[in-house]
Design a protein around this ligand. Sequence first.
Ligand code: SF4
Ligand code: SF4
Length: 142
Amino acid sequence: MLHETEKLHFECTQCGRCCCGGGEYHVFLNAQEAERIRAELALSKDWFRRRYLQRLDSGELTVRLHASGRCGFLDAQGRCRVYAARPTQCRTYPFWPEVLRSKATWRAEAARCEGIDRGAVVPLAQVRAALLAQRAYEAGMG
Ligand code: SF4
Ligand code: SF4
C-alpha cells in the first residue's frame, strides 16, 4: 500500500466536499453508528430512520442524501451536525483501502479532496490506524 513506501501529506481545509456527492457516492454506516447519531440528535427512532436513513438495494445502510447530493447531516454553513458521532468512513477519510492502493488512486482522490498532498506529512501510525479502522468497519467488525 502507498503509505508504506511514500510519505503522505494531508491537511483538511474543511471544504466539505467529501460530504457532498451523489451518483455512486454514499455515506455508509452500521446500526451502532446510526444509533449513536440518533442519540446525539435526541430524535425518536422512527423519525430518525425515516428522515435520515436509507437502505440501498444492496441492503447496505446509508445516510439519506439531499437531492443535491449533500449529506443529510451537513448544515447550511457546511459543518457536520453530528461530528462527534460521525460514521467511521468520515473519521478515516482519505485513508481508505481503495484510495491508498497506489499513487494513481491517491492522486485521483485529490481531484475530490483538496486536502490531499497539502500540509505536513501524516505520521505513519496515524495512517495505519485509520486504515485499520476502515478495514474493520468494512469487515463488519467496526
Ligand atoms: S456524517 Fe458529517 S462528516 Fe460524514 S459525510 Fe455527513 S456531514 Fe460529512
Ligand atoms: S474534501 Fe478533503 S479537504 Fe475537503 S472537507 Fe473533505 S477531507 Fe477535508
